[in-house]
Design a protein around this ligand. Structure first.
Ligand code: FEO
Length: 395
């Protein structure tokens, strides 16, 4: 069922309440998601983006219930990723000759995904389409935000920025607008989305935000491709992005570990005690990797000024959960964050050295040689872990 965004602009997407994982199994979506597609019905009719492939037939059927598909004049593909372009093959069977407006990189990604030679019209920043009734679509390339093919589309007159992935969240809701949903949940999903997807592109994003600001476009609505439409103070999410893109951190230290016989867990908790003893104002969080969602922990790292990473030594190395998590962090290219390593061992005790090397390679500033303890931590070892936490807080 279509929902009105403003005047002749309608949401015609899909709410995916069941989605638990996105990007294969890489991103947890505790609150589901939406794939937002928009229909603009002026003198000319434009469709902006579609939905994820499993919902393609349902999408086309619903769309055909709202409008004669032959009346669509323009299709805008802001981004070639399957969650937005997945409805195209089913749609184009009905209207194979209709023009698809997208970036040159999107032609590559769409051809690469679907092996179809549709009627592509390549656009660049500043290119326009006239919709009649005094309204135009203006394109803004968003290269690497987050794919080479990404772009945003701006509708003059109604002053709506169709931003695609930028400013979105994986958040299923039947309510269309940001002011209609739980604000805490919306914020949490927005920051998680930024932390897990956009962090590596922060420098690019800072430049793009400046470029969009310089265009001086009045923005009354930001219609993203996932989650809510920002109509109540839409620039609030732009301001948040500016903060998050600026090597974001809060006064938080996060201690993340995995453990075999709870020795490393004991160290983690004592390190947390030490941090709080040295600086009661710092937010300290302690998480066992094996019992927490990795993407939620990435959000905690994103908020942190420092992290302590712990693993016992196994086979002269570290637990694979910890290695995998460091690999995840490395890909996100965090900046301006400190790190320390800790862990228990029985005989050889390499884990702390391995963690230090991996964390340095992941771009973290290693604050000291780390803390390792042989066998289960006794009272002295626990006190040493508290002191290690104090040093971490003071670093
Ligand atoms: Fe929501 Fe990059 O796709």
């Amino acid at each position: 069922m279509k929902k009105q965004v403003k005047n002749n602009v309608y949401w015609v997407g899909k709410v995916d309440w069941e989605l638990q994982k996105f990007h294969g199994d890489e991103y947890s979506t505790h609150k589901g998601s939406t794939y937002n597609s928009y229909l603009i019905q002026e003198e000319k009719t434009a469709l902006i983006d579609t939905v994820w492939a499993p919902f393609a037939e349902e999408f086309v059927k619903n769309l055909a219930g709202e409008i004669d598909l032959q009346k669509i004049d323009y299709i805008i593909a802001n981004h070639g990723e399957i969650d937005h372009s997945g409805g195209l093959p089913a749609l184009m069977k009905h209207i194979p000759d209709k023009p698809i407006y997208c970036t040159s990189n999107a032609v590559k990604s769409l051809k690469g995904h679907y092996h179809e030679d549709w009627n592509f019209h390549v656009v660049k920043t500043g290119d326009k389409i006239d919709l009649g009734n005094g309204k135009e679509l203006v394109f803004v390339e968003m290269r690497m935000l987050h794919w080479p093919d990404s772009m945003a589309t701006y509708l003059t007159g109604d002053n709506i920025l169709f931003s695609n992935d930028a400013f979105g969240q994986h958040f299923a809701t039947e309510m269309l607008f940001n002011d209609q949903v739980d604000q805490c949940a919306l914020f949490n999903e927005s920051i998680k989305y930024y932390a897990n997807i956009l962090t590596p592109f922060s420098a690019l994003l800072r430049r793009k935000l400046d470029e969009i600001t310089a265009l001086n476009l009045p923005i009354e609505i930001i219609a993203t491709s996932h989650g809510v439409v920002w109509r109540d103070n839409p620039l609030q999410i732009v301001e948040k992005y500016a903060e998050w893109a600026d090597d974001y951190q809060e006064n938080q230290i996060t201690i993340i570990y995995d453990t075999m016989w709870n020795g490393t867990k004991t160290l983690a908790e004592k390190i947390a005690e030490g941090v709080t003893a040295a600086d009661p104002d710092v937010t300290v969080k302690v998480h066992n990797l094996a019992k927490r969602d990795e993407n939620d922990l990435i959000t905690e790292v994103f908020k942190s000024k420092a992290v302590a990473i712990g693993s016992p030594t196994i086979a002269n190395n570290i637990l694979h959960s910890v290695a995998g998590f460091i690999h995840l962090m490395k890909g996100l290219r965090f900046k301006r964050k400190k790190a320390a390593a800790f862990g228990c061992y029985g005989w050889s005790g390499e884990s702390v050295k391995v963690i230090n090397e991996l964390m340095a390679d992941a771009g973290f500033e290693i604050i000291n040689e780390g803390y390792r303890n042989q066998w289960n931590p006794d009272d002295d070892a626990q006190k040493a872990a508290v002191d290690f936490g104090k040093a971490l807080a003071r670093a």
